[in-house]
Design a protein around this ligand. Structure first.
Ligand SMILES: Cc1ncc(C[n+]2csc(CCOP(=O)(O)OP(=O)(O)O)c2C)c(N)n1
Ligand SMILES: [Mg+2]
Length: 681
């Protein structure tokens, strides 16, 4: 061993580096350079700064850590392994053994290893969110910091502090280049989230080479402008300087902090100036050996953990963390005794459950020919539910009056820099960050929701996709769902969006066809804590159906159901969702009057319907009945499976048009007579 490795701190840091290099080289894929350069940062944050107990990686009072530059995943895996993070399920129940084993690291990027190419939430305890798409992690971190502020404001008492944690992030040039990062940083600065610390790896390099090619902004000035506390560290290897900067973060009481840290990618690698060698590709075993030599580690040993390294972490973060989590347990015990009702709310939240009676006020809507817009019914149902789920919070990207997404019951309040206890969030016009932030809320145990016009899901699709990958119950409230938007015209009229959202695996897209379907779709969405939901809602009215005449809206729980039927085998099956459902019903009346046998199937959620048993699907859509017509004011693509090759589709084949909504429907011939025509009089 050389002189450098006699120093246990250096040895621990170099072990993070060596494990990362070996894993990337063995996988022959991945980015070794960034974990090598940032090992001292991960060391300092975990070993000396974070309130984190590796034995209880889910205790609710822990500090959060987000590796936003997910391509440096081995940095996280090596660190979590060395600090001895224990395996638990996502609600904190120990499942036995290590969260990330050395075997997992040896199988980095292989099927079956929890060490996926990019960190995947819930694969292993300690991975607080899924990252990889640059910018996603930093946006989640703002939601996590907001969640902490909200929990602290609502649940801490004068004598008992349950929530007082920070969120640490390591992010890269790519993260900060992304628009979502600036949106999220703008929110964080505005809200004065002093519990949030981004550590920016200012290494002047991205995949194509020097950042001179495409990135020359002054990040410090930019973040000052965004209302952040900006700190600088000149060398990523200067653990002490980073420690001092983190102390300044702790001392700052009214702003989020960004620490701009200069680093050299692939630090210690012999060809550290070679962007190809150190960046997006493995180094090669020869260079790995040379780097190990430079660190003073044995060149020929792979996945080598020198004696004393794990013990060093156990003495540091292990001991500190155990004391902190034990102190928290103590507070929690007292809290449960002193505030049983509030404690029960929190317990439900910690367990990922809904509180008892959450659905008791969901309204039943009277039949009404004039009816209502589903956005209005949604506002009523959302409020009825949120009232009974104290930890359901959310907001809109500046469209709450249109989205009907405001919580209006007494005590709902506003979440502002001056009042962190409120439940109405204001995301501003920042849709992508809104989705990322709402995912951060859900990652913190809250039932987060967010709202905008359906057409703008284009701007937040990345976040919606990650909700689904992470199995979060993020709720998207999406109004103005079709050409029914009317006068605002084609830029505001979603056409392909229903199909595009249905195409995201695991995202349940609900498009209720009347007020009672809204209620039942919400019920289905809330009961599913494992999948995100998109509630797609109209601006225009539609009738509230008489459920004594039509089947119960409870059929929504199966995604699709027979709304009205004929005797015997139907001549034709009409299918629809949302604001076109009543057109199918009207068409059925006309066809029935003409002597046809007609079945109407309401399909508020094609995704759920597809998950039903084949027997149920065949019961609703008998294979022998091939004369099928679907009507929906969107594109045909997601209906093909259900209408079959003989089926017909009434819907959109182009962008929409600006005009009064009923005139636009007529222009595109989306109406009952088109359905009658297609069904064959
Ligand atoms: C949204 C998104 N776009 C592109 C990529 C592909 N990609 C992975 S790493 C990277 C850039 C790496 O540069 P930087 O963020 O500075 O990280 P460093 O290499 O310095 O660690 C890119 C473009 C990505 N992961 N996410
Ligand atoms: Mg970089």
């Amino acid at each position: 061993m050389t002189a450098t490795s006699t120093d246990i701190q250096t040895l621990a840091i170099d072990t993070i580096r060596a494990l990362s290099m070996d894993a990337v080289q063995t996988a022959n894929s991945g980015h070794p350079g960034t974990p090598m350069a940032l090992a001292p940062i991960a060391y300092q944050v975990f070993q000396n700064s974070m309130k984190y107990d590796p034995a209880k990686p889910h205790w609710p009072g822990r500090d959060r850590f987000v590796l936003s530059c997910g391509h440096a995943s081995m940095l996280l895996y090596s660190t979590l392994h060395l600090i001895g993070t224990q395996a638990t399920d996502k609600h904190g129940k120990p499942t036995g053994g290590e969260s990330i084993t050395l075997e997992d690291i040896k199988n980095f990027r292989q099927i079956g290893s929890v060490c996926a190419g990019h960190p995947e939430y819930a694969e292993a305890a300690g991975i607080e969110t899924t990252t990889g798409p640059l910018g996603a992690g930093v946006s989640n971190s703002v939601g996590m910091a907001m969640a902490e502020k909200w929990l602290a404001a609502n649940y801490n008492t004068d004598d008992l502090t349950l929530f007082n944690y920070n969120t640490y992030v390591i992010c890269s040039d790519g993260d900060l280049m992304e628009g979502i990062a600036t949106e999220a940083a703008s929110v964080a600065g505005h809200l004065k989230l002093d519990n949030l610390c981004w550590i920016y790896d200012d290494n002047n390099i991205t995949i194509e080479g020097d950042t001179d090619l495409a990135f020359s902004e002054d990040i410090g000035k930019k973040f000052e402008g965004l209302g952040w506390n900006v700190l600088h560290v000149d060398d990523a290897n200067d653990v002490e300087a980073l420690g001092k900067a983190i102390a300044k973060f702790h001392a700052c009481g009214d702003k989020p902090t960004i620490i701009v840290v200069k680093s050299i990618i692939g630090y210690g690698a012999p060809n550290k100036q070679n962007t190809h060698g150190a960046h997006g590709a493995p180094l090669g075993w020869d260079e790995v050996a040379l780097a190990k030599k430079a660190y003073g580690l044995p060149e020929d040993k792979k996945f080598y953990i020198p004696d004393g390294v794990k013990e060093h972490f156990a003495e540091g973060i292990g001991k500190r963390g155990a004391a902190a989590s034990a102190a928290w347990d103590d507070v929690w015990t007292k809290y449960q005794a002193a505030y049983p009702a509030k404690a029960a709310e929190l317990q439900a939240m910690f367990d990922g459950k809904l509180p008892e009676g959450w659905d008791k006020d969901i309204p039943v809507f009277e039949a009404d020919a004039k009816g209502d817009a589903t956005r209005n019914s949604s506002g009523k149902v959302l409020n009825a539910i949120a009232k009974n789920i104290p930890f359901m919070i959310g907001g809109s990207a500046d469209l709450a009056p249109s989205n009907k997404s405001n919580l209006t019951f007494e005590g709902a309040g506003e979440f502002l820099a001056t009042s962190y206890d409120g439940r109405n969030l204001h995301f501003g016009i920042r849709e992508h960050a809104m989705a990322g932030i709402t995912n951060g809320l859900c990652l913190s145990g809250l039932r987060g929701y967010c709202a905008t016009f359906f057409v703008f899901t284009d701007y937040m699709r990345g976040g919606m996709r990650l909700s689904s990958i992470m199995h979060l119950p993020t709720l998207y409230i999406l109004t103005h769902d079709s050409i029914g938007v009317g006068e605002d015209g084609p830029t505001h009229q979603p056409i392909e969006h229903l199909t595009a959202c249905r195409a995201i695996p695991g995202l349940n897209v609900y498009r209720p066809g009347d007020a009672n379907e809204v209620a039942e779709c919400y019920r289905a969405a809330m009961l599913d804590s494992n999948h995100p939901a998109a509630m797609v809602l109209s601006r225009q009215n539609m009738p509230t159906m008489d459920r004594t005449k039509f089947a119960s809206a409870e059929g929504c729980l199966k995604g699709g159901y027979i709304l009205s039927d004929c005797d015997g085998t139907p001549d034709v099956i009409l299918m629809s969702s949302g604001s076109e459902l009543y057109m199918a019903v009207d068409a059925a009346d006309q066809l029935t009057a003409n002597g046809k046998k007609v079945r109407v199937v309401s399909m508020p959620c094609l995704d759920l319907f597809a998950m039903q048993d084949q027997s149920y699907i065949d019961e609703v859509l008998p294979p022998s009945v091939t004369n099928r017509v679907a009507i929906e004011a969107g594109i045909q693509m997601s209906w093909d499976r259900w209408i079959g090759s003989h089926g017909k589709f009434i819907g959109m084949h182009s962008f929409g048009a600006s005009g009064p909504f009923d005139a636009v429907y007529e222009l595109f011939k989306i109406n009952a007579s088109s359905v009658v025509e297609a069904a064959g009089r």
